[in-house]
Design a protein around this ligand. Structure first.
Ligand SMILES: [Zn+2]
Length: 502
């Protein structure tokens, strides 16, 4: 029996407390509103990403005005049906020959349980508090499609011999948020004009009629240049060889809780090939560095516990330090600079933080950028830079307190850097969000100074609080004085030129 994502009601949404599943046609063709609703925030995000990928593949609006038309009001059922007509076979989870995101005939000695498909459930050391026990023993069609897509796009690979996503281990994904789900989906679709302008993909024209790789598989051990991967093929890229076991019984989905035919496991097999180059994803910014004259690109990822705002400039601003490196915003953000320049913009930012195959943390956050964001990247960069600079000043002072200066000042031996940095991030989080959301770009230097004063007060407060217990220790007094001098020197350097009063 087919389970086709173009016709089945698989999208779990909630509106004013009412939960239901709707079809993609209902989402795009009616006034239906609501937000994606699943018990896991990463699955919600993956659901949105899958909706965007399917919609992008079905509709490639020729230019801005066509996209705006789709954005403004629901499309007709006829337009929807026409867009689906030649792609029905792409999205059937149980298709006899080309099941969605799977390969038929995968041989493995024993099936893998379903929980392996949900990132972090099976191998996270912190699973006990991140996920309730028993999650992912069986998944309904909708949840399994989302999980397959998530594993292919956002997660570390299944281990040695299994290839991971085109974007590397755990990329950050960025979405523009609309007033409702329908609008959100369209805001993250590129027009063909934008693909040509903002995706560094000069091979678009000759690759636009390609099939996904689960329909037209790549050869084992082949070398595939990214210029052989078109938009549709890249968006739906399945890096691994997976095949779901047929759905057996009516059961309870351990993710969304619905009663439907459920999938209990899948087969997986090692399969190797090499991708040459970096495929530019519409929902990802890219960082680049120049090494020996060659440009090396990669996708930003949450590699530390530092909060999401610290990544903000590389997510929404373009920078090119000639000869050294820089970053470029995601193509959808570049498109939005033209489409939404006159508005405040809301962003959804998400991704995992991993240590190899282990998921350490999931993030799914909302950010707002004040009106004027599109043309004032330099100010956004300045706000973020200052947020980081006050942290560094504090950290440097605490480091000196711990280690002193060789042959001159004995350090205290008490290293407070990490715990106080964590507190700094906690205390500044909402301040940074508010500054980005509310800054008046017409009087930006006042706003920057106002933020600086608040960051400075937090840095001084944390320094005092951290070192307070050691003030009565004669052996540590010199180290403390050294640290305090360092802090105030760094803070003075962050004041505007010519304004050096304390
Ligand atoms: Zn489900």
């Amino acid at each position: 029996m087919s389970f086709n994502l173009l016709s089945v009601a698989w999208i779990p949404i909630q509106h004013q407390g009412n939960y239901q599943k709707i079809s993609l046609q209902q989402l795009l063709c009616s006034e239906q509103t609501g937000a994606v609703c699943l018990p896991r925030d990463d699955m919600e995000l993956a659901c949105l990403q899958l909706l965007c990928a399917i919609t992008q593949v079905l509709f490639l609006p020729s230019e801005k005005n066509e996209l705006l038309k789709y954005l403004k009001k629901p499309i007709s059922a006829d337009i929807y049906k026409k867009a689906c007509s030649d792609k029905i076979d792409w999205f059937d989870l149980n298709h006899q020959k080309t099941p969605f995101m799977q390969i038929r005939g995968v041989k493995s000695t024993q099936p893998t349980p379903m929980d392996k498909l949900l990132a972090g459930v099976a191998d996270g050391t912190n699973k006990a508090f991140v996920n309730p026990q028993g999650l992912a023993e069986a998944l309904c069609g909708g949840c399994v499609a989302i999980a397959l897509f998530n594993a292919a796009n956002n997660c570390p690979s299944m281990g040695g011999g299994f290839k991971g996503s085109l974007r590397g281990n755990t990329p950050i994904t960025i979405f523009i948020k609309g007033r409702d789900l329908r609008e959100t989906v369209w805001l993250n679709i590129l027009s063909e004009e934008a693909v040509e302008e903002f995706m560094p993909m000069p091979w678009h024209e000759r690759t636009k009629d390609q099939l996904p790789n689960y329909m037209e598989p790549v050869k084992a051990d082949s070398k595939i240049p990214v210029s052989a991967i078109g938009l549709n093929r890249g968006l739906l890229w399945q890096p691994a060889h997976f095949e779901l076991l047929p759905p057996q019984t009516i059961g309870r989905c351990s993710c969304c809780g619905c009663e439907e035919a459920v999938y209990n496991g899948f087969n997986k097999a090692k399969f190797s090939y090499t991708i040459e180059g970096v495929w530019p994803h519409p929902l990802s910014s890219r960082m680049f560095s120049i090494k020996k004259g060659d440009k090396e690109e990669k996708f930003p990822s949450f590699t530390t516990t530092a909060p999401t705002w610290t990544h903000m400039s590389r997510l929404v601003v373009d920078q090119d330090d000639k000869g050294k490196g820089g970053h470029e915003a995601a193509p959808v953000i570049k498109q939005a600079r033209k489409l939404l320049a006159a508005y405040k913009i809301q962003l959804i930012i998400g991704g995992y933080r991993n240590n190899q195959a282990t998921i350490l943390e999931r993030r799914h956050e909302l950010f707002s950028l004040a009106q004027g964001w599109a043309e004032h990247g330099d100010i956004i960069q300045q706000l973020i830079g200052n947020g980081l600079a006050y942290k560094s000043a504090l950290r440097k002072a605490l480091y000196l307190f711990a280690v002193g200066v060789k042959d001159k000042v004995n350090g205290s031996g008490v290293n407070l850097c990490d715990p106080i940095e964590a507190q700094y991030y906690q205390q500044t989080e909402s301040l940074m969000h508010e500054s980005l959301a509310e800054i008046n770009f017409n009087a930006s230097q006042d706003a920057v100074q106002e933020l600086n004063q608040q960051l400075k007060a937090i840095a001084i407060g944390l320094f005092n609080q951290a070192t307070e217990p050691y003030r009565q220790e004669p052996k540590m007094l010199k180290a403390l004085a050294l640290a305090r001098r360092s802090l105030h020197k760094s803070l003075r350097e962050l004041e505007p030129e010519g304004d050096t009063h304390e």
